[in-house]
Design a protein around this ligand. Sequence first.
Ligand code: 6GU
Length: 232
Amino acid sequence: MRVDILTLFPDMFPGVFATGMLRIAREKGLLDVRTHDFRRFAKGVHQSVDDKPFGGGPGMVLKPEPVFECLESVLGDERPLPKMLLMTPDGAPFTQKTARALVREPRIVILCGRYEGFDERIRQGWPFEAVSIGDYVLSGGELASMTIVDAVARLIPGVVGHGLSTLKESFEQGLLDHPHYTRPASFRGMDVPEVLLSGDHERIAAWRHDEALRITKERRPDLLRNLPERSD
Ligand code: 6GU
């Protein structure tokens, strides 16, 4: 999968992309992620990428020219256009379902904004899908884009060691995950539930499902209202 990220702050990315699962995905050749500083396409001595909003009001607006020219440089005449995401708090909520859909895309372009907003012609001129990672305001789309790249990259077949592990974890079955234990079986007076030591795989599976339900009811009852039909 190829990901191109348009940003005014490319320095925010290298540590994240050189660490853990993203590093492994890149080393295995399964993820090719690049950042593009669209300030390079800004005109004039000041190379400004923002300007005052027509009609007045607070804050600054991202100008269309540097974004258009950077996109044209990154995409050349590649058609059809790849999946294009616009990072903005007024976008559609990013969920595990979105991540599962995005991992099917061979190429994704992500535009990170700063300032009060994007000139509307950026959305008119390109088929962006606006995406938000939650109901709070970040000072720019960069952290959100890293979140999306991380969530999607770990779903690429071959990136996570154990293929089943991404199917069993939180959200994939519409439930939060059950508790996990490892050795020692007894630690400072706290014991691992007996069933997990029993070797009885059916009982273990039933216990885990019950615990997942209990934890979801307790912490995220909203998730139970949209549970998918069980496929197993
Ligand atoms: Cl994608 N961008 C910004 N600036 N703030 C956000 C966000 C995105 N998602 C949640 N808050």
